[in-house]
Design a protein around this ligand. Structure first.
Ligand SMILES: Nc1ncnc2c1ncn2[C@@H]1O[C@H](COP(=O)(O)OP(=O)(O)O)[C@@H](O)[C@H]1O
Ligand SMILES: [Mg+2]
Length: 465
């Protein structure tokens, strides 16, 4: 902890004590809620010391995990209690207790629970506002208070507050909870994405399922996927020996190429090839969370930070005389992760040129750039077969391969879907769905027609885009 932070905490503590004292002096009222705390601690409220810490709202599940593990360690089986009444905004727990005593504003009541995600389709119950009596490792009695974020009431972070007779005791407990949070970190090894919750207006870290793609699902020219895996998966699996040999682990990989060629597809494939890695995905607007994402990546190593379509930020026109602020923040964040960290930054872009200058000006961030090209004839044939897997593909593929020169992989995928749809519309009862020359040729000319120019450029047809 920095000395500035110590001072800030001290100041906060002093404020709390002064406030608590002022509010309790001369108050003869009793409060079941306050008694529950003071009876346990054995001192009046004015002598209670509080040590707290707060975290980003999305750490709530970790906070709960840490507190639960702490309670399990101390071997007590106490019950949470809550407080009701008042407005329960951004007040400190001690002030709430003081108000309870002085104005009867808060009373002993049920605990507030909420749910927090701990996986793509798993959630856990967390205490949104509650207190619990327990002991410090040395046996001293303490009370732990937990609060979730409550952005509507100006409480952006979640926090823990440890109430005790002595500052050191409370600090020990708080630090132990924090340690246990990292031991039981729910984010480790997960696929995570940053975003914003529209209804709550706060930042979110959501869990995504980890995609599982086979090698043959990714159609790229020979050697391309190998080179990508060497730079990501291989470095990860030989990390210790590389470090021992004086090599660094951190790496930056840029996948560039026209839209629809499979950059995102390849990223998804890699996620499946790195099952033990934490993945943090930032797309579009979420790119502004890059600093937080880099922090998480460092904490949750081995990890993969995916920065999708970085050209979007390279194009950001809010330039300063120094250049593009968000792009610089991104490069700084990449730089801020130590060389020994097992962290991969995986960037994708449709416009490598836009990034080139920025990256060239500050070398060392991206150490491998790989082009994901449009498929050649062999690639198009493989793609036709890949996306024709679910149908009876009787068409002669040679002519289609020839006539589709310059299209992207996603174009071929869409071509098969349209051909299958034609077949189904024509003969709804035929199973399996058959795609013959007629359907495939019709679908191809449909997609090639002039009035489909927009679709064509969206899907990345060579003649259009
Ligand atoms: N190289 C490829 N091999 C197999 N399928 C691909 C390939 N490229 C694209 N696709 C298919 O097209 C879809 C869109 O491609 P995507 O990876 O999003 O393109 P990009 O990110 O390069 O713009 C993918 O989800 C995948 O189904
Ligand atoms: Mg993409």
């Amino acid at each position: 902890m920095g000395s500035e932070e110590v001072l800030r905490e001290l100041a906060t503590d002093l404020q709390r004590i002064i406030r608590a004292t002022a509010e309790t002096v001369g108050s003869g009222q009793t409060s079941e809620l306050v008694d529950k705390v003071t009876d346990w601690l054995g001192v009046p409220l004015s002598q209670v010391v509080v040590v707290g810490r707060q975290w980003e709202s999305w750490e709530h599940a970790n906070l709960q995990r840490g507190v639960d593990a702490y309670l399990a360690e101390r071997g007590t089986g106490p019950e949470w209690f809550g407080l009701v009444g008042g407005h329960r905004g951004n007040e400190e727990l001690v002030s709430m207790l003081a108000s309870a005593r002085r104005h009867g504003m808060y009373e002993l009541g049920a605990v507030d629970f909420a749910t927090a995600a701990i996986g793509p389709d798993e959630a856990t119950e967390v205490v949104q506002l509650g207190l619990i009596t327990t002991k410090a490792p040395d046996g001293t009695r303490v009370v732990i208070g937990v609060r979730g974020a409550n952005p509507q009431f100006g409480q952006a972070m979640c926090r823990v507050e440890v109430l005790s007779v002595a500052r050191e005791t409370a600090t020990v407990v708080r630090d132990r909870v924090e340690h246990l949070m990292s031991v039981h970190d729910v984010f480790r090894g997960q696929v995570l994405a940053f975003g914003t919750s529209e209804n709550r207006g706060n930042e979110l870290l959501t869990f995504l399922p980890r995609p599982k793609l086979a090698d043959e699902d990714v159609v790229l020219p020979d050697g391309v996927l190998d080179a990508i895996e060497r730079h990501t998966v291989s470095i990860a699996s030989h990390g210790e020996r590389l470090l021992a040999a004086g090599q660094h682990l951190k790496r930056g990989l840029l996948l560039h190429g026209p839209p629809g060629t499979g950059k995102t597809h390849t990223v998804r494939y890699l996620m499946g090839r790195l099952p033990g890695s934490t993945v943090i995905v930032l797309t579009g607007l979420a790119m502004r969370y890059i600093t937080k994402a880099a922090e998480l990546a460092r904490r949750l190593q081995p990890s993969l930070v995916v920065l999708e379509d970085v050209d979007l930020i390279a194009q950001d026109r809010s330039h300063t005389p120094m250049g593009n602020p968000l792009l610089f923040t991104l490069l700084d964040a990449m730089d801020g992760v130590g060389h020994d960290a097992d962290v991969t930054f995986l960037l994708t872009t449709n416009r490598a040129e836009e990034l080139e200058r920025a990256l060239a000006d500050r070398p060392g961030r991206v150490d491998l750039a790989i082009e994901i090209p449009k498929p050649d004839a062999e690639g198009r044939l493989k793609l036709l077969r890949l996306y024709g897997r679910g149908v009876d593909l009787t068409a002669d593929l040679g002519p289609v391969v020839e006539q589709s020169e310059g299209v992207t992989a996603s174009f071929v995928k869409e071509l098969l879907r349209r051909a299958a749809l034609r077949s189904i519309v024509e003969d709804p009862d035929r199973t399996p769905v058959t795609v013959g020359d007629r359907e495939l040729t019709a679908a191809l000319s449909e997609m090639n027609e002039a009035h489909n120019a927009l679709t064509r450029s969206l899907l990345g047809n060579g003649s259009g885009a």
